[in-house]
Design a protein around this ligand. Sequence first.
Ligand code: UDP
Length: 310
Amino acid sequence: MRVLITGGAGFIGSHLCDYFIEKGHEVICMDNLLTGRIENIAHLMGNRNFEFVNYDVTNYIFVDGPLDWILHFASPASPNDYLEYPIQTLKVGALGTHKALGLAKAKNSHFLIASTSEIYGNPLIHPQSEEYWGNVNPIGPRGVYDEAKRFAEAITYAYHRYHKIDIRIARIFNTFGPRMKADDGRVVPTFINQALKREPITVYGDGSQTRSFCYISDLLEGIYKLINTNEVTVVNLGSQNEMTVIDFAKLLMRLMNVDCEIVYKELPVDDPHIRQPDISLAKKTLGWEPKVSLEDGLKKTIEYFRNQIK
Ligand code: UDP
C-alpha cells in the first residue's frame, strides 16, 4: 500500500510511519513541524519506502501518484499545545481535514481520521460509548480542539455520504509512550520528567479526576485493524484501566522508586472529571483490546525520557 500520514512527525504519527514501513508499505509523511519533531522520524530518512514532506495541510495538498490510504493525524493534541496554537488547531481540524478529504476524493483513497475522546467533552455518561454525543463547551479554552475534531468527524462523514469516500473514525483516548514531548504538558510526560528530576509532582485540582492510559503499541494495532475492516466504522480506541490522577502519581513514584512532594495546582478550565472508553465495539468489530499493562508501558516510557535527559 502507498499511504499518506499527515502529522507523521508527531508522537502517534511517527509511530504509525514506523509501523507501516515495518509492514512493507510505502509512507509519505507530511508535517509542518508546528508540534511534530523531525527527530521522531530522523531514523526513517533515507529509507526508500519513506518520504518526508514539510507542509501545512490546511493548504491545498498535492501528492504525486496513487494513494491507497490517507491517515489524517495532523493536529496539535496536548492541552498545552492547543492552548498555545488555538487558531492553527481549529484550522487543521477544519481546513486540514477538508483538504485531506479532497485529496482522498481525487485519489480515490480510503480515509482514516484521528478523532479523540475530547469530542465527548466533560462526559455525563460513563464509560463513554460511541453512541454518546458529548458535553462540550464550544467557547471554553479546550473548545478549539474539541470542536475542530467534532467538525472533522462531521465533514468526514459528509464526504462518506455525499462522495462515497470509504472512511474510518478512530476516537483515540489518552495514549502514551516514547516520543511524547517532555514539555507538552500532558500528565504522563510531565509526571515522569518531574520524578526523574526529583521535582514536585504537579497535580491539578484535587487529583480525583480520572483517565485511562493506553500504550502506543496497542493503539497502533487498533488502527491497523481498523483499516483492515471492510466497513465504515467510528470506534473508540483506548484502555479501560481507569484511575485517578493522584493514584497515577503514586503508581509512577512507586515504579520509579522516588518519593517526590505532591503540589496541588488549579484545575484547568473544563478539564473532564472522568474518562473511560467503552470499547465493546472495538472488541466486537475489530477483535481488539489493549494488551500492554500500564506498568510495562510506563517502564518503556520512563526509559525513553531517562535517555532523553542524559
Ligand atoms: N494533569 C495534572 N498535572 C499535570 C498535567 C495534567 O494533574 O501536570 C491532569 C489534567 O488536569 C487532567 C489529567 O491530568 O485531568 C490528564 O491530562 P492530560 O493533559 O494528560 O490530558 P487530557 O486527558 O486532559 O487531555
